[in-house]
Write a protein that binds this ligand. Structure first.
Ligand code: ZN
Length: 218
């Protein structure tokens, strides 16, 4: 496997997702130095207006080059950027200290229609790799999206709350009872999606509920 990876890296060397240069990984040394802040931001639940999320970790504020890259990732089919985003999590040792208590990582789901259009669930690709590196069980099929609602990015705060109602459903209930769950999403904006997913997970018996996102729109 290792040999195969090395051979593939030789034929198709990774390019840095931020600057586009060929590099040893999907994030070159320069961009790593410029962008990685060893700090991981943590918001405890009391700073949020909801009772379902215990804590929220994120690495970037949603602006500048990070915002640009997330938009390309979500709307321009740049799926390889998931590798670059993963580098930010993987290189953040402080994060693993925080994540130790979680039993399961699960991504915010997207609808089947959206998945067909885009070809991938942007949160699933990243969460899967973060789980592997942090050695946390990954269950992608706990939350499912049963309605194809409007994209949250097209709506204002009030409409976003309304838009996520009755959109998600829990399955595989037995997997989450009394477990500490870490929900992964790419961006935290108003928190409407995260709150709704967290509410369902808590009501289904999850113990601690944390959110991990790449960025937060501040
Ligand atoms: Zn670079």
């Amino acid at each position: 496997m290792n040999f195969l990876k090395k051979a593939l890296d030789f034929i198709f060397p990774p390019t840095c997702g931020i600057c586009g240069k060929i590099a040893k990984s999907y994030l070159c040394t320069n961009c790593k130095r410029n962008l990685i802040n060893s700090q991981i931001f943590l918001n405890q639940s009391n700073s949020y207006q909801n009772k379902y999320i215990n804590e929220h970790f994120y690495i970037f504020s949603y602006e500048g080059i990070i915002r640009e890259k997330i938009l390309q990732y979500k709307f321009k089919e740049y799926s390889y950027l998931s590798n670059t985003f993963c580098e930010f999590f993987i290189n953040n040792k402080k994060l693993y200290g925080f994540l130790k208590k979680y039993d399961i990582i699960t991504p915010v789901p997207i609808s089947n229609l959206r998945k067909r259009e885009r070809g991938y669930n942007q949160s699933d690709l990243i969460a899967r790799k973060v789980a592997e590196f942090a050695n946390i069980t990954y269950y992608p099929k706990i939350l499912i999206k049963i309605k194809n609602n409007k994209p949250q990015s097209t709506l204002n705060k009030e409409h976003r709350l309304e838009n996520v109602k009755n959109v998600y459903k829990i399955q595989n209930l037995e997997k989450i009872k009394e477990k500490n769950i870490l929900l992964f999403d790419d961006i935290y904006t108003t928190g409407a999606t995260a709150n709704e997913c967290a509410r369902l997970l808590k009501q289904a018996g999850a113990q601690e509920l944390g959110i991990l996102t790449l960025a937060k729109d501040i």
